[in-house]
Design a binder for this molecule. Structure first.
Ligand code: 3AT
Ligand code: MG
Length: 335
């Protein structure tokens, strides 16, 4: 594999700003979709409170972290008193209640890695996954949302990268490629690394928000309103950033030795991390540290075959951004 880290950005790259922004705008969900999500959440709250009066429902994932595109499913977390509950029993009971309230395609997946109930609401047409007490996901959702308020280029880059990943079939964790969550973390870390930096490291600043979830202390600076404008000294446009993002992952990233770390705002060396010692799975072909659960590598799903697929896709994208006369079409061509 040729290392082309010295590849320089095409001088006319800014011609792609307008068409990329047009694609970005088209990905943003309409206001009425938000209203429908609210409507479904209200219905679910009504159903749940009858059986579990003290339970709470939280939205998490792309419907709450701001990185949702139109027609996304929604992710809901049922927070319920932990003492002596059996998650499978709760899920089965929940499925029964949903079914009798006319929700469609209700399915309890009690043996999944993250056990959930799936459903489709025939009134709004929205599909939904409900998990139980996954409050770490609710907390990382807030972190991502807070990052998104600092500089709009994160929102632009992440929606474009997610759209690329979905179009190219590399957003499928069950096939060994990366989750949307992993791609957004890659975008955040990438913007933390620009010079001058476009994003700060929120976990490196004085903590204004602190919660302990599953024995993990989650703390960071969340008064992001005062950080708006942080990235202003950096004048890079979206086209240059998309070019640089793919160029980085195609030719510059040291897959064997580096860990992407939003927590520190840096790229760490694998040798200073416990990731390599984690039992049960020796493969760490790409390392993306979870910002709170730092023993968790979001790249652990990637195997010997899918790393090749991923890297070929990064190279394809970098090549298109460098040479293709019409990158905004080729980049998102279905695979
Ligand atoms: P889509 O728009 O649905 O593709 P999403 O942001 O909802 O993107 P996912 O469906 O991949 O992302 O995941 C839903 C949320 O679950 C995102 C994140 O808060 C949490 N999450 C996902 N994967 C992990 C993980 N491996 N570790 C911790 N939290 C995770
Ligand atoms: Mg989702």
């Amino acid at each position: 594999r040729m290392m082309k880290s010295k590849m320089s950005c095409p001088i006319d790259i800014d011609r792609l700003n307008a068409p990329l922004l047009e694609i970005y705008e088209s990905l943003i969900p309409a206001e009425e979709e938000k209203a429908k999500q609210k409507q479904l959440l209200t219905l679910l709250e009504k159903i749940v409170s009858k059986e579990w009066p003290n339970a709470k429902l939280f939205l998490y994932g792309s419907c709450a972290n701001s990185f949702g595109v139109s027609k996304s499913d929604i992710d809901v977390c049922l927070a319920i008193e932990d003492e002596g509950i059996d998650k499978s029993e709760v899920l089965l009971k929940l499925a029964e209640l949903l079914q009798s309230d006319n929700l469609q395609n209700v399915q309890a997946l009690t043996r999944a890695r993250v056990p959930i109930v799936k459903l489709m609401d025939p009134v709004t047409g929205i599909s939904c996954d409900i998990c139980i007490n996954n409050l770490l996901a609710v907390t990382n959702t807030k972190l991502l949302h807070d990052y998104s308020k600092i500089d709009v280029r994160l929102h632009q880059l992440a929606l474009i990268v997610k759209h690329w990943a979905k179009s190219r079939g590399v957003n499928e964790t069950y096939q060994g490629t990366l989750s949307s969550y992993a791609y957004v973390l890659m975008c955040i870390n990438f913007l933390q690394q620009r010079t001058p930096a476009i994003l700060p490291c929120l976990q490196g600043l004085e903590a204004t928000y602190k919660v302990t979830v599953d024995d993990i202390e989650c703390a960071y600076f969340d008064q992001v309103d005062i950080l708006v404008g942080f990235g202003a000294p950096n004048k890079e446009g979206i086209a240059q950033l998309v070019w640089a993002f793919f160029n980085y992952w195609a030719y510059c990233h040291d897959y064997a030795n580096s860990v992407i770390s939003v927590r520190t705002g840096r790229i760490l060396s694998k040798h200073n991390k416990d990731l390599t010692r984690r039992v049960g799975n020796g493969r760490h072909l790409i390392c993306i540290e979870d910002p709170f659960d730092t023993s968790h590598n979001l790249g652990r799903v990637v195997d010997g075959n899918s790393i090749r697929v991923l890297r070929e896709e990064f190279e394809r994208a970098a090549h298109i951004m460098q040479f293709d006369p019409n990158p905004c079409i080729s980049l998102f061509e279905p695979y």
